[in-house]
Design a binder for this molecule. Structure first.
Ligand SMILES: Cc1cc2nc3c(=O)[nH]c(=O)nc-3n(C[C@H](O)[C@H](O)[C@H](O)COP(=O)(O)O)c2cc1C
Length: 161
């Protein structure tokens, strides 16, 4: 049984690249399963001890598909599971170019914090702070160095778990 699972969604492929960079880093230490939302069901959580969940930030939150998946998980399922949440998002510089967007972001934030709250609500024990990885513009590509930062962040999770 692979007891580390990464679940992600991705529209333009940037979040997928981040998730796969995490797998490459983690699988040197343990077996890791990675699943795109839509190919994952609550049963896949059986036996999972470390769960990492990520989404592109779309209108200040996770994609509808990821949100729906998390809402399907029965309460208490993540008791005893170490959890961590991430997103991809625009750079602060790109957000600042649009004053209205900058105000909205200030109030409504990003996907990772919301995913984190959902995972904790399901009983998960958060291991590291939610993390955002940066894309250029609205569709990417990823900002240089973000794949390496994702690998380091994922390694921190298993160092605690
Ligand atoms: C419809 C739409 C809404 C978006 N909303 C936000 C947002 O609220 N905050 C943000 O930082 N980025 C936002 N973005 C940029 C996305 O975060 C970016 O497209 C995503 O990180 C790319 O990941 P992906 O390639 O895995 O889809 C939005 C992009 C689109 C197309």
């Amino acid at each position: 049984m692979k007891n580390t699972l990464i679940i992600y969604d991705s529209v333009f492929g940037n979040t997928a690249k981040i998730a796969h960079a995490m797998v490459s880093a983690l699988e040197e230490h343990r077996e890791v399963d990675i699943r795109l939302v839509g190919e994952v069901f609550p049963e896949h959580l059986d036996g999972v001890k470390t769960l990492i969940v990520g989404s592109p930030t779309r209108q200040f939150k996770a994609t509808g598909a990821l949100d729906q998946f998390l809402k399907q998980i029965p309460a208490g399922t993540l008791e005893d599971v170490h959890v961590a949440a991430f997103d991809t998002r625009m750079t602060p510089e790109d957000v600042a170019k649009n004053k209205f967007l900058a105000i909205m972001v200030k109030f409504f934030g990003y996907a990772a914090e919301k995913i984190s709250r959902q995972l904790i609500h399901l009983g998960g024990k958060e291991i590291v702070s939610p993390q955002g990885f940066l894309v250029t513009g609205m569709e990417g590509p990823l900002v240089a160095g973000e794949l390496e930062r994702a690998a380091d962040w994922a390694l921190k999770i298993i160092n605690y778990a």
